[in-house]
Design a protein around this ligand. Sequence first.
Ligand code: PGA
Length: 229
Amino acid sequence: MKQAKKYIIANWKSNKDTSEIITWFKSVSQLFIERKLKNLADFEIVICSTYIHIPLVKQQITSYQLPFKVGAQDISPYSNGAYTGEVSAIMVSEFAEYVIIGHSERRIYFHEDEDMLREKTQMGFSAGLKTIFCVSNNKAEIPPDVTIIAYEPIWAIGTGKTETPLNANEVARKIKNDNKVHIVIYGGSVNKDNICNFLTQKEIDGVLPGNASLDPNSFWEMIVNAASN
Ligand code: PGA
């Protein structure tokens, strides 16, 4: 039986300007040229930048012919229209295939609640985006039509402390059991040294690294370690 793909989804958060993005892609593509990785087809690698940089990320991926997909970190709960400052799912879908919804930073700093997150998920689904819905435990409300669930304990985000792979696996199992989702990934201080501990768990279908995706070398080493496992 063919094994399902494993996801490596880089969440750049509110980081990087144009020149830093250009440098990042130059370095990563150089590393790809220097060392050909065999099992890359087993991975779905997604880069989630700020809205404003999504077209640039797409252009860089295309011009270096990297095996990466494009993602957004958020979308509006509304469609196109009189919603000043918002970026709709339809607009994002012109450039990106994936969107992160309900990251704990959005829930905490921007007060996004379950109703709003349901609207956002619905918008993403209607626009044909694959939604990566973040939850901090297996009891969280999960809207219908979510593509991927990211289990991210809040205390593990950006702290250097991770959930144990066994606990993360158990939470992933429960999420799959209680909801109609087949893909659950783990996020929270994932890096090159611990990525394989999570990817080798039966119920964990990928990872969502933040900090460790910002530096091209550290991102590349995560991919190398994952692919050589
Ligand atoms: P981190 O972030 O890898 O820096 O902990 C993960 C996330 O917030 O998605």
